[in-house]
Design a protein around this ligand. Sequence first.
Ligand SMILES: [Zn+2]
Length: 65
Amino acid sequence: MVSCNKCAARGGVAYGEEPSMAEETYTFRCTVCGWEVTVDTPELPDDFVCEVCGVGPEDFELVDE
Ligand SMILES: [Zn+2]
């Protein structure tokens, strides 16, 4: 199946291949390593950690598209 960063952000929960009907999404970028994650909430949870370098949500910035 297609592995998208949205699914990864949701802990591997299957979510469909095309989130075209989904709610608004928000992309956050790790300011330390540049890893990006897309979630459907405007804030990352307090216990969120970068999958690459392990920093917390305070080191992510919202990417405006
Ligand atoms: Zn990182």
